[in-house]
Write a protein that binds this ligand. Structure first.
Ligand code: ATP
Length: 372
C-alpha cells in the first residue's frame, strides 16, 4: 500500500486543457472518489496515476517515489475499467491467477491467493466457469478479483459499476466498501454518480471543467459546499437554487419575500438591489400545516422559517417519501420539495411551504461561490 500525491498536474491535448492545477495527497489506505460531470477530467487524472497518460506538467508520487517517467507496468497499480475485459477462454480461477502467473509467482502461492480472493468476493462456486457463463455482476467481481489478486499498492477504478443494473450496482457497491475495509488498499475511484461518491469515499474530490472544486469528507462537503456547482452536484434531488434580489424587507424571489435571518444580516454585507442565489435542499422545505391553500399567501416571516406560496406541477410518490416539483406563481423556476410519503398532495394544488432558514445557503450570483 502507498500514499499517492499529485502536485499541480496538468494535461493538455493539443489546444484542450483536460485537467489543470490538480493537487491532492491521498494518505496510505484511504478510499478517495473523483466525481464530477462528464468531461470534467476524472478519467484523465486516474489514467495519469496509472501511467496510461503522461502529465504535461506537474509531479506524481506513489509512496515517496516520483512516478512521472516510470512505465505503467512498473507502478504497482491495478486498474479496473467499466468494461471488464476478461479472457474469454480462461476460467474464473485462471483469470484471477493470470497476473500472478505473468509475474512467475510460485504455483502454490497462486492457488492460495486465488482461494482468498474468491472467498472475499463470493466467487468460490464459480471458479471453474468461463466468463460467458457469468452474469454481468459476477464478471465485474472477477475483474475486481483479478486486480486485487496482485496485491497492488494502489487500486484504480474507473466507473466499475456503471454497466450493472440498479440492484446489482447497490450490492456490488456494498461489497466494494467491505473489501476496502478488509484489505485497506489505497483506492482512487472515478464516478459521475454522486450516490457512489457519498457512500464509498473517505474523501471526495469534486471536479468541474478540469479543476478541483472541493476536497473533503462526504458529509462535510454536503453540509458546506464551496460553491453552487458542488452544492447542486451532491444530493438527490439536488439543492434548489432561487435567484433573489436583496431588499430591506428581505430576499425578493419572483415577487415573494424570503426573510433574512439576523445572523446573515450581521455577518454578510448584503447590498440592497443586488441579486444573490439562495440555496435550500429539498429536505429543508416543508408544507405548512400539511394543508393546501386556495389563495396566494403573503410571506409570513419568522426568525427561523419563511413561507412561500407554490403551485404543484409534479408529484412523485417514492414510498417512504414523496417528491414534489412546484413553481413559484408567475415563475418558471421549479422547486424540489421532499415530504413524508403519507402526505396527500395533488398536481394543481397551491401550497404554502416553509423554508428552514437555518439551512439556507447564499451564493454570489456571479462567481457561484458560497458566501453563507
Ligand atoms: P466521462 O465521465 O465522460 O468519462 P471524464 O470526467 O472522465 O468524462 P476525461 O475523459 O478525463 O473526462 O476528459 C477530460 C477532457 O479531456 C474532455 O474534454 C475530453 O474531451 C478531453 N480528452 C480526454 N482524452 C482526450 C484525448 N485523447 N484527446 C483529446 N481530448 C481528450
Amino acid at each position: 500500500m502507498a500514499k499517492v500525491r499529485l502536485e499541480e498536474i496538468k494535461r493538455r491535448f493539443n489546444n484542450v486543457t483536460a485537467i489543470e492545477d490538480i493537487t491532492f495527497d491521498i494518505p496510505d489506505g484511504e478510499f478517495w472518489v473523483l466525481v464530477g460531470p462528464s468531461g470534467c477530467g476524472k478519467s484523465t487524472i486516474l489514467r495519469t496515476i496509472a501511467g496510461l497518460e503522461t502529465a504535461t506538467s506537474g509531479k506524481l508520487f506513489i509512496g515517496d517515489r516520483l512516478m512521472n517517467n516510470i512505465p505503467a507496468r512498473q507502478r504497482d497499480v491495478a486498474m479496473v475499467f467499466q468494461n471488464y475485459a476478461l479472457y474469454p477462454h480462461m476460467t474464473v480461477a485462471e483469470n484471477i491467477a493470470f497476473g500472478l502467473q505473468m509475474r512467475k509467482v510460485d504455483a502454490k502461492l497462486i492457488q492460495e491467493r486465488v482461494g482468498t480472493v474468491a472467498r472475499s468476493l463470493s466467487l468460490e462456486h464459480l471458479l471453474d466457469r468461463k466468463p460467458k457463463q457469468l452474469s454481468g455482476g459476477q464478471q465485474q467481481r472477477v475483474a475486481l478479483g483479478r486486480a486485487i489478486a496482485r496485491e497492488p499498492q494502489v487500486f484504480l477504478l474507473d466507473e466499475p459499476l456503471s454497466n450493472l443494473d440498479a440492484q446489482l450496482r447497490d450490492d456490488t457497491r456494498a461489497e466494494l466498501k467491505q473489501l476496502h475495509q478488509e484489505l485497506g488498499i489505497t483506492t482512487v475511484y472515478v464516478t459521475h454518480d454522486q450516490v457512489e461518491a457519498m457512500t464509498l469515499a473517505d474523501k471526495i474530490v469534486v471536479l468541474n471543467r478540469g479543476r478541483i472544486q472541493q476536497i473533503g469528507a462526504p458529509q462535510s462537503i454536503y453540509a458546506l459546499p464551496a460553491n453552487q456547482m458542488v452544492a447542486t452536484f451532491l444530493g438527490n434531488p439536488p439543492m434548489n437554487i432561487l435567484s433573489a434580489k436583496y431588499t430591506n424587507d428581505g430576499f425578493d424571489a419572483s415577487g415573494q419575500l424570503i426573510a433574512v435571518p439576523e445572523l446573515i444580516k450581521e455577518k454578510l454585507q448584503l447590498h440592497p438591489g443586488q441579486n444573490y442565489d439562495l440555496g435550500i435542499r429539498p429536505e429543508h422545505i416543508s408544507i405548512n400545516n400539511n394543508s393546501t391553500l386556495n389563495t396566494h399567501t403573503s410571506a409570513a416571516l419568522s426568525v427561523q422559517h419563511s413561507a412561500l406560496s407554490v403551485d404543484v406541477k409534479v408529484v412523485e410518490p417514492l414510498g417512504r417519501e414523496t417528491l414534489i416539483r412546484a413553481s413559484l406563481p408567475g415563475s418558471t423556476v421549479l422547486l424540489n420539495v421532499q415530504i413524508g410519503g403519507n402526505v396527500r398532495v395533488n398536481v394543481g394544488d397551491r401550497l404554502s411551504v416553509q423554508l428552514d432558514l437555518t439551512q439556507l445557503f447564499v451564493f454570489d450570483s456571479i462567481t457561484g461561490d458560497r458566501i453563507w
